[in-house]
Design a binder for this molecule. Structure first.
Ligand code: HEC
Length: 273
């Protein structure tokens, strides 16, 4: 004895087959013809845009569709901030949420794979013929949640500040002012190194940067009374001061730069009230 749902499904399928027989059109030539015409239209539009771009622009002057050639790429640049295309911002931000190395795999592979499997499996676990969205509360809520979370992640990804290079470098004058080391050229130079050397991938400073691997906020590092030499030794070999420290050695920056960094750290006593 077939269940009510099965009977409904079978009746639906029979009606569908009849419709196809009465009103359907064979794949060849109808669908093939459709696809061929549409593909030709798309290719023609692309060729048209290319011709327009080439014809209206000369050299580096912008034409209707941008300049012919921009500056050559510089493979040696260190202050370029790589960014994904906007439609990947949500994945890009998801990755930033998982900070500890052991959990990164969740953001890169885990969550996207689980969601994809759910999507692929949808036709198998949602078998009801109901199509009106308001009579499908679970699907409705799930769709709203997906839209909200992808929207939020895209927004966060679009506005996220990078922790390396130009964007943090621009914060240095503000830091100097808040910490009151504007007059100390060495501390300002150290602050620039700090902004450029990747420190802020692990450390936060006056609200900027991201906190990783349990690295402390360094806004008030100078009030711990460690001293310049301690800072240099710690930067050279972090585990000599904090056994088992996951912070990498920065000895490669050279003695002069480490001194500047240490001066900056010791000048950071926390925001003046
Ligand atoms: C990969 C992550 C990581 C990076 C990159 C990193 N740190 Fe650290 N840092 C840590 C961790 C974890 C600690 C806590 C353990 C320790 O004290 O060594 C720490 C501690 C510190 C401390 C506190 C020491 C104390 O106890 O007073 C200072 C200062 C410091 N880091 C400066 C820097 C500077 C400057 C840079 C960049 C040149 C930098 N860190 C880059 C992870 C990092």
């Amino acid at each position: 004895m077939a269940s009510k749902l099965q009977q409904e499904n079978r009746a639906e399928f029979k009606r569908y087959k009849e419709d196809v027989r009465k009103e359907g059109k064979p794949f060849f030539p109808y669908a093939i013809w459709h696809d061929t015409v549409m593909s030709l239209v798309v290719v023609a539009v692309i060729i048209g845009l290319a011709v327009l771009w080439k014809a209206t622009s000369d050299g580096t002057d912008a034409g209707a569709l941008g300049p012919l050639y921009a500056d050559k790429a510089d493979p040696a640049t260190t202050n370029f901030v790589p960014r994904p295309d906007w439609f990947f911002y949500f994945l890009f931000y998801l990755l930033r949420i998982f900070k500890w190395p052991e959990t990164v795999v969740l953001g890169t592979v885990g969550i996207p794979t689980i969601l994809l499997i759910l999507l692929i499996g949808l036709p198998f676990f949602d078998r009801r013929p109901e199509r009106a969205i308001l009579r499908r509360p679970v699907a409705f809520v799930a769709a709203i949640l997906v839209i909200i979370s992808m929207g939020t992640l895209t927004w966060k990804g679009a506005t996220a500040k990078e922790n390396l290079g130009a964007e943090t470098l621009a914060l240095v004058p503000e830091w100097a002012k808040k910490q009151g080391f504007e007059g100390n050229a060495d501390a300002v130079a150290g602050a620039k190194l700090f902004a450029e050397s990747g420190c802020m991938n692990c450390h936060t400073y006056l609200g900027a940067g991201s906190s990783n691997l349990g690295a402390p906020d360094l806004s008030a590092e100078g009030s711990k009374g460690r001293g310049i030499q301690w800072q240099i030794d710690h930067l050279t070999n972090p585990s000599s001061k904090t056994p088992g420290s996951p912070m990498p050695s920065f000895a490669a920056l050279g003695a002069d730069n480490l001194k500047l960094l240490a001066t900056f750290l010791e000048a950071s006593k926390g925001e003046k009230k």
